[in-house]
Design a protein around this ligand. Structure first.
Ligand SMILES: Cc1ncc(COP(=O)(O)O)c(C=O)c1O
Length: 399
């Protein structure tokens, strides 16, 4: 059977191979005193709070399960708009918000609406692999630009300027980022957008981890800079609703009919039950619970990062958001004769019964030195992980 070039271009998701191997090891060690700890998980270890669960049940029982408008329930768009105003002090009218089946659908809609075959989109290396694959799926070319710790593993205006060619259509950023948990410094983001605007391009930003921000210097939506910026967000992370498949896209007003047309054809609408449930996310009781969880994620970060550093797993930039630690495992691995982060991940699962994500999926620049630890796991698991890493490394590593 002939497979489309478009499908052939999508690289495998190596993380899944690692996850499969980790599950196989996990089965063998499940009954030992050291069952596998999964620090390779990219989703909160919390589920939707009770008011959200109850709202979903109410919707099901009331039979509120028909299609909604392609742009989502108007009342939900209004709630999201109010959230921007209350939390970030940004005026985002509901008519510019399109509710989608997760950030993933939002990114697909944005890419399909804006990218012509052969258009180039600039992304940082490292970055979330699916984002470059959304560009490829729209027949664009994702251009990965190596970044440094000094740049917080994000693009800079100077690099965007230098990389721009006549084929460049825009940038696709993520702030805070997966896998690094680091945000773009606000001044730099402004400058990047100035370069993009001067070149007539588009600034598309994935703000899925914005709700999980821990430092005052960051945590502001890019939508405060310019209403021409396109922002993607989701109920998956801050709102702990990964499997409910709900997110949203904020676009300039002129783009709404285009996105609506695409959404009508490609998805009809996002899950109706999830949309009714999500209304309860904004109730004071739910927000209080989400804020408690955010504080928990911050406490984990504050404890875990120094522990990794002490083990010789250097985290060059302290994450200001999300629930990841992007750690250089080369010094740690060298002492154990481990050549790269891919081997580190497989050795860690065998020797320490610890699943982590090797850098390979996230780019090519320095990713063979880096692994991603997820702190979307309980403090007890994080503490046990550190003990196991210490025991694995042996006496040579300072505790
Ligand atoms: C940076 C980033 N963007 C988008 C997504 C997709 O999220 P959703 O569940 O909203 O589709 C993820 C999921 O891990 C992510 O890390």
């Amino acid at each position: 059977m002939r497979i489309s070039k478009r499908a052939e271009r999508i690289e495998p998701f190596y993380v899944m191979e690692v996850a499969k191997a980790a599950s196989a090891v996990a089965r063998n060690v499940a009954h030992t005193d050291r069952p596998m700890i999964f620090l390779n998980i990219g989703e909160p270890d919390f589920t939707a709070p009770l008011p959200v669960q109850e709202a979903a049940l109410r919707a099901v029982r009331a039979g509120a399960t028909q299609y909604t408008h392609a742009t989502g329930l108007d009342v939900l768009r209004e709630r999201i708009s109010a959230w921007y105003s209350e939390r970030f002090g940004v005026d985002v009218p509901a008519r510019r918000i399109v509710v989608t089946a997760g950030a993933s659908a939002a990114l697909q809609l944005a890419c399909l609406a804006l990218i012509e075959a052969g258009d180039e989109i600039l992304l940082p290396d490292p970055s979330y692999p699916c984002n470059r694959h959304f560009v490829s799926a729209a027949d664009g070319r994702a251009v990965l630009i190596p970044t440094t710790a000094g740049e917080r593993f994000q693009l800079s205006a100077a690099k965007v300027e230098a990389a721009w060619t006549e084929r460049t259509r825009g940038v696709l950023l993520a702030s805070p980022s997966n896998p690094t948990g680091t945000s773009i410094e606000p001044g730099e983001l402004r400058r990047i957008h100035e370069v993009v605007t001067r070149r007539g391009g588009i600034t598309l930003i994935d703000e899925i981890y914005l709700g999980l921000s821990y430092d005052d210097a960051f945590g502001q939506s890019a939508l405060g800079i310019d209403d021409q910026i396109i922002s993607v967000n989701s109920f998956s992370k801050y709102f702990s609703m990964t499997g409910w498949r709900l997110g949203w896209l904020v676009v300039p007003e002129a783009l709404v009919p285009v996105i609506e047309r695409l959404a009508q054809n490609l998805f009809i609408c996002a899950s109706t039950v999830s949309q009714y449930a999500a209304l309860a996310c904004f109730e004071p009781e739910s927000i209080a619970e989400y804020e408690r969880r955010r504080a928990e994620f911050k406490a984990r970060r504050d404890w875990f990062i120094p522990q990794l550093q002490a083990l010789g797993l250097e985290v060059p930039v302290v994450p200001d958001g999300a629930f990841y630690a992007w750690a250089d495992c080369s010094a740690f691995g060298e002492k154990l004769g481990i050549a790269n982060s891919w081997d580190f991940a497989f050795e860690a699962m065998k020797k320490a019964h610890l699943a982590v994500t090797p850098g390979r999926d996230f780019g090519t620049a320095e990713t063979s030195r880096f692994v991603r630890f997820s702190t979307a796991s309980s403090m007890a698991h994080l503490q046990e992980s550190v003990e196991r890493l210490r025991a694995w490394a042996g006496a040579g590593v300072p505790a």
